[in-house]
Ligand binder design. Structure first.
Ligand SMILES: [Zn+2]
Length: 108
């Protein structure tokens, strides 16, 4: 019961089925594909937009830092709070290893 994903190659008839196996309904793609050795996932394309918006306090702390260690610490531990990254999945290609046919999933 629940949602499952079935990958079928219309050319040669091979089938892989993905069913949820954990709390949160995770289905493990590579585990299933590798086990049956029917399909591979490749050419995963992710588009990312990175924007930096440093707040004045952070810039002041950097300017007033008087040691490499302090600057390194600020960059290591606090730079992430000043950067936002938006990512979008663009494409995933699934290849049938048996016959070589493939599908590219896109427009998510
Ligand atoms: Zn096939």
């Amino acid at each position: 019961m629940g949602v499952k994903v079935v990958v079928t190659c219309d050319n040669c008839g091979l089938v892989s089925e993905f069913k949820p196996v954990t709390v949160g309904n995770h289905a493990y793609i590579s585990k299933e594909f590798n086990k049956k050795a029917y399909f591979t996932v490749s050419d995963v394309s992710i588009e990312s937009d990175v924007s930096v918006s440093l707040d004045d306090d952070y810039v002041s702390k950097l300017v007033e830092s008087d040691s490499v260690e302090e600057i390194t610490r600020l960059l290591d531990y606090e730079i992430a709070d000043n950067i936002s990254i938006d990512s979008k999945l663009n494409e995933v290609r699934i290849d049938c290893k048996q016959c070589g046919e493939y599908i590219t999933l896109t427009d998510f």
